[in-house]
Design a protein around this ligand. Structure first.
Ligand code: SAM
Length: 466
């Protein structure tokens, strides 16, 4: 295969059969990767090499706003028919026709390969800072029980078969991790992605396989009839009475993130320095007395100290009204910050919670396992995460759980206000680009520091600064 414009010759020639006989067999893969990416309502989603668009249709069912690109105009025609309102384009994955930072999530299902690594630079560009990427690639095909289903592709020329082998190299242990990291992605993880193709009978299988791009490479060598006959013969041996033909093939999934943007070197937020008034001097002196250094949060809030004073005044009132102990405050703040993705408060309050409840409990709240918490504490942590992630998704039953944990309605309002006000503080800090204090990472309990794998990473060492 040479230029991307020729891709349609193979991938588009049987677009309708591909969309109806072949693509539906990949649905498990699409659902599993969307789940691993936590694809949610409102996410701007791009699927690279989107084929006939079934993955995009499933993404749209989760509420994502779909866009796609594929080199095959005839496959894109099917995708557009399925998703008339989506932005689906014919084009090359190496030159994505979208602006920088246009998407929250980019997927590619066996579309980006070892032979197309430069497409990752494009994906990085069009993802917003903090955005998620999810890829699937073939894994260990030879060791898969369903390896037979791909065998007819080997009827292609020796050169094409070698090219197909190079394409699947991304599934090898460490290969995808290395490639994604070298393109600037972080938090790279391998995830379980099932691939089980099912067909009604050998004929259906042969027609489905023949509709794909690699089949066309084989068909050019042996002709369509010979390809179909070979595929049917292989499948005849796998027919099972009363069950579909089923081919389970190893597929590897990767998820990763584009890192969030950092302030310019030497800055601890996107803001400039605040004028040092008497009130600001006092704020900094309080920090130095208490911590031995001036917090990056204080440097930012020095632009508007009266608002942060009122915010913390309200937090104090809510905390008292909810009868929160220091340990309960730690649980609520750590759960809120982690659910919001705020590294700064997660590190600061993870450390405080570790002092009150132990390192393991703090790490458990930050990672959401809640191991070591009492029933009441679990109810608090769960409520905090619900308030942060989906306040419209709460139910009367959720509020009843807090009542069952011993809280009155007034206390439930106070707890919710406490979480909401902490969420406001975290959101404001994150939006202004505040970096966690370097000391929090350097001196914090290792279990806490390791649990904070989200948000902006700590500021460089500025010891010696005013
Ligand atoms: C293995 S298929 C995957 C299709 C789809 N993601 C699916 O799950 O069925 C590979 C797809 O990559 C597309 N493709 C190949 N080269 C491309 C390129 N340079 N840019 C965009 N799409 C390309 C093909 O048209 C084909 O739809």
């Amino acid at each position: 295969m040479t230029g991307w414009e020729e891709v349609d010759e193979g991938w588009g020639r049987q677009a309708v059969r591909f969309a109806t006989l072949s693509e539906p067999a990949n649905c498990r893969e699409y659902v599993a990767l969307h789940h691993a990416l936590e694809l949610r309502a409102g996410d701007r989603l791009l699927d690279v090499a989107c084929g006939a668009g079934l993955a995009l249709e499933l993404g749209a069912l989760r509420g994502a706003r779909p866009a796609g690109i594929d080199a095959s105009r005839r496959l894109v025609a099917v995708a557009r028919d399925r998703l008339p309102d989506a932005d689906v384009r014919v084009g090359d994955m190496h030159a994505l026709p979208w602006a920088d930072a246009d998407f929250d999530v980019v997927t590619s299902f066996r579309g980006i390969w070892g032979t197309t690594p430069d497409a990752l630079a494009e994906v990085h560009r069009v993802l917003a800072p903090g955005g998620r990427i999810g890829l699937t690639v073939w894994g260990h095909i030879k060791a898969s029980p369903g390896a037979w289903a791909l065998a007819p592709f080997r009827l292609a020329s020796t050169g094409s078969v070698a090219h197909q082998a190079a394409m699947v190299s991304l599934g090898r242990p460490g290969a995808g991790e290395e490639l994604l990291t070298s393109h600037g992605f972080v938090d790279v993880r391998r995830v379980q992605v099932p691939c089980a193709w099912e067909f009604a009978d050998p004929d259906a299988y042969a027609l489905a396989l023949a509709s794909t791009g690699p089949a066309y490479e084989a068909i050019q060598v042996v002709g369509e009839e010979a390809f179909l006959a070979h595929a049917r013969t292989i499948a005849e041996e796998r027919v099972r009475e009363g069950l579909p033909l089923r081919a389970e093939i190893d597929v590897v999934g990767y998820v990763a993130r584009r890192p969030v943007e950092r302030p310019a070197d030497g800055s601890t937020s996107f803001l400039g320095p605040a004028p040092v008034t008497e009130a600001v001097e006092e704020l900094y002196a309080d920090d130095r007395d208490e911590l031995g250094y001036v917090m990056n949060a204080s440097r930012a809030w020095a632009h508007l100290p009266e608002v942060v004073d009122q915010l913390f005044g309200a937090l104090g009132t809510a905390g008292t009204a909810a009868r929160l102990t220091p340990r309960q405050r730690g649980i609520l703040v750590a759960a809120t910050a982690a659910a919001r993705g705020d590294a700064y408060c997660a590190l600061a309050w993870g450390g405080k919670l570790a002092s009150a409840a132990g390192d393991e409990v703090a790490a458990a709240v930050l990672t959401g396992t809640d191991a070591g918490l009492s029933d009441v504490e679990r109810a608090l942590a769960t409520w905090a995460r619900q308030v942060v992630r989906d306040p419209n998704g709460t139910t009367a039953t959720d509020v009843d759980r807090l009542r069952a944990a011993g809280y009155s309605d007034a206390e439930i309002v106070a707890i919710t206000a406490f979480v909401g006000l902490r969420l406001a503080f975290s959101s404001i800090n994150d939006a202004l680009g505040l970096l966690p204090d370097q000391q929090l990472a350097a001196d914090g309990p290792p279990a806490v520091v390791e649990s904070v794998s989200f948000g902006r990473s700590p500021a460089p060492d500025r010891s010696g600064d005013a």
